[in-house]
Ligand binder design. Structure first.
Ligand SMILES: [Fe+2]
Length: 400
């Protein structure tokens, strides 16, 4: 291509840039807190959600004891739940989700046994301050520890009805048990997985559509494993805040946190109640000023979407291709071409993982991924065996 053609191409790009909006949110142009306030300045009542038994502090409450849990009977409930999560307050409570207290006691016993066994190890706990107990992957550990209570617990059709309402009929449940002791402090307000594990700068590299889509790929929830009086600090929510389009980038700003502190709401739960919310909703665990433990099984349910059609294993590819990648690096340094081939071969996303062995950093950021290892390896001049060893260790540490 002639230099003249290069200039013409650049001019054409500039013309196009003025006609088409950016696909990205600008990090230097984050929304003002007033746009959050505009969105959250709404009130809903029972007339908006006819099947709710009550709406308190903008949170609809459903007493499941009044309803049948089969798919046909629950269809209209699911419509309301979907509407709440997508366009309404973003959170609802389901009372009496679990009514068998002996099942909850058996589940709590299994959790206690797991905690005792793990106590000698130091575990990452993003509630921090050593006041709490957390079981990463309580789903798998519960099933291995006490199959009887596990099967009973996870055969509750209400669980399927809630998951289906947001994600459709294919999903993957994960769970983490969290026990906050008296004196446990509150979290700062945040949004959740996926983009809640990124810095604002990291988020800014994801196009707007994906930032919007993220909320539809996960459902957040909690089953109260103990009674949760308000003093024990049940989760605080900012209703409607999931509707701020650029919220994954904006929520970390101090004014947003201050707005949250002034406007959050929270409802007491009874043992066996559930609460479910849109992962983009601004929320935070409360502080426990009571004299009893606050115990929840935190449920995170993932959409089947977002998975590739074929299994790709990076390790054998790195084994055969590393010498060629090295020679590219030797001539070009960490060029676009080297970055591109690393991005093609390595997994760029660290999840799913084993959070016991690879906990989030204290700041809540995601652990490293295969591409990070490959980038480090190429810069440090590792040979094929070294990079394969590092990738294999990461793979091993990520397994349950
Ligand atoms: Fe959270």
């Amino acid at each position: 291509m002639s230099p003249h053609a290069d200039v013409k191409l650049a001019n054409d790009y500039q013309k196009l840039q003025t006609a088409v909006p950016s696909r990205l949110y600008a990090i230097e142009d984050l929304p003002q807190v007033s746009s959050l306030a505009d969105i959250c300045n709404r009130t809903v009542s029972k007339k908006n959600y006819p099947l709710a038994s009550d709406v308190q502090k903008n949170i609809p409450i459903y007493n499941l004891a009044q309803y049948k849990s089969d798919r046909i009977a629950a269809d209209r409930l699911q419509d309301e739940w979907y509407e709440i999560l997508a366009n309404g307050p973003g959170v609802f409570v389901v009372q009496n989700m679990y009514t068998d207290k002996s099942l909850l006691d058996a589940t709590n016993d299994a959790f206690r046994q797991i905690i005792e066994r793990e106590k000698s190890n130091t575990r990452g706990d993003h509630f921090g301050h050593g006041k709490n107990e957390r079981i990463w992957n309580s789903f798998s550990k519960h099933g291995l520890q006490d199959p009887k209570s596990f099967v009973q617990y996870y055969s509750n059709p209400w669980l399927a009805r809630v998951c289906e309402a947001w994600l459709g009929q294919q999903y993957r449940i994960t769970a983490q048990t969290n026990i906050v002791k008296p004196g446990g402090v509150a979290q700062t307000s945040h949004r959740d997985y996926h983009l809640g594990f990124q810095t604002a700068e990291g988020c800014s590299r994801f196009p707007k559509g994906l930032q919007y889509a993220s909320q539809f790929l996960t459902l957040q929830g909690a089953v109260a494993q103990s009674d949760m009086a308000l003093e024990s600090g049940p989760t605080r929510f900012l209703p409607f805040s999931q509707r701020l389009d650029s919220g994954y980038m904006a929520y970390r700003q101090a004014e947003f946190d201050q707005y949250f502190d002034e406007h959050w709401v929270s409802l007491p739960l009874k043992k066996g109640d559930g609460v479910f919310f849109n992962p983009a909703l601004h929320h935070a665990a409360g502080n426990n000023t009571s004299d009893v433990d606050r115990s929840a099984n935190l449920l995170q349910i993932s959409s089947a979407f977002g998975k590739p059609m074929e299994q790709i294993d990076a390790i054998p590819l790195v084994r055969t291709c590393w010498p060629d990648i090295e020679s590219l690096y030797k001539t070009q340094g960490l060029s676009d071409s080297v970055e591109t081939v690393i991005a093609a071969i390595g997994e760029g996303y660290p999840f799913p993982t084993n959070l016991d062995k690879r906990p989030p950093a204290p700041s809540g950021m995601a652990p490293s991924n295969e591409q990070d290892v490959m980038r480090e390896a190429i810069k440090a001049g590792w040979d094929t065996d070294q990079v394969i060893a590092a990738l294999t260790q990461m793979r091993f540490d990520s397994q349950p």
